[in-house]
Write a protein that binds this ligand. Sequence first.
Ligand SMILES: *Cc1c(COP(=O)(O)O)cnc(C)c1O
Length: 395
Amino acid sequence: MKYVTEAVHASKTYLEDMHSEAIAMTSAYDFASAEEAAQRFSGTQTGNVYSRFTNPGVELFEHRLAALEGTEAALGVASGMGAYLLLGLTFLRQGDHVLLASGIFGTTTHLFKNIFGQFGITTTTIAASDLNAWSDHMTPHTRMVIVETPTNPLMEIANLRQLADIARKNNALFVVDNTLLTPVFQRPIEFGADIVLHSAGKFLDGQGRCVAGALAGRQEHIDRLRLCLRTTGVNMSPFNAWILSKGLETLKARMLLHEHNSLQIYQWLKNHPAVEQVISTFDENHPDASLIASQQKGHCPIISFRLNADQAGTLAFIDRLGLIKRCTNIGDAQTMITHPATTTHCRYPAEERNLFGISDNLLRICIGLEEPEDVIEDLAQAMSPTHPQSTLRVG
Ligand SMILES: *Cc1c(COP(=O)(O)O)cnc(C)c1O
């Protein structure tokens, strides 16, 4: 065999005794015979055909996620928004209606309202906690109900069990975006959700390495979604699937540490005179504290707080931070801070922002895995009234 040919064909059996999973970077698969190829294509034999359809590395991630969410099956997708796109393309038809919780990820609302809106799908947005409004706005055409709980950055809570009942009575699919809590702290399927969605590049990866998405639920639903994925091509990359499979191995350990660290920072912020208000599910006076206790097993490390400052003072505070990263992402080992009014919510008019509570002095911090003392030290120096550039009002 010529070396060029050997370089192309040499066997990769050395991977077999690898302890950690190999990355299944392959686009296609070899068939043992022409007959097998024919059977795989006709569907009489299950097996890999092409990585837009299935990939062993992606299947490993799907298997692990389904187990964690306590459901039959899962589907890896290119991104969280790709997962929402599949949901709409698979389950909605012209004339259908979708109920969305207000305060969910802005791009999700944009996708359903404006993009799917082009194809005759209508939406209604409802405050998560207003249960009567959910029933009132159900129509015979309502096919899907989408919530996030808690919402980001204002930590509103949706009652999963009651919304699942309302959706089921009306034959609508109940979809829960579980990106913020992950199955470690909340398993929506147990409360009656039909489908759980993840922006998997957040806590599931946990180290800011990739953009990815996932859906989990009953086999019949995942099968339909997978058929749509094969045709639309929003498949997960095998490399990202490997990152995520390894991420899931440490998910519980990371979430518990995120929670432990964020509780300390929450308590510190609550007692600081330069802080006007702290918004977190740790708050015993949260309007849905009992619901939080009954449906969450833990708290997401996102804390929102309002400074005693105007917008300029709030932005100057962010610029004085050293350790804490100025980054609009969430779910990372590194603590990150963002100013929603000028970033994630900048497209909303000022009156609407203020109405929803996205004030000019609101900040959102997502606590990472550093020693909390170091995060507190950074916050403290930037909040200090003796800081040469400080304009914060203390007390
Ligand atoms: C980031 C995010 C999304 C969008 O996911 P992508 O992976 O960025 O496409 C959806 N929902 C929530 C809650 C998110 O935080």
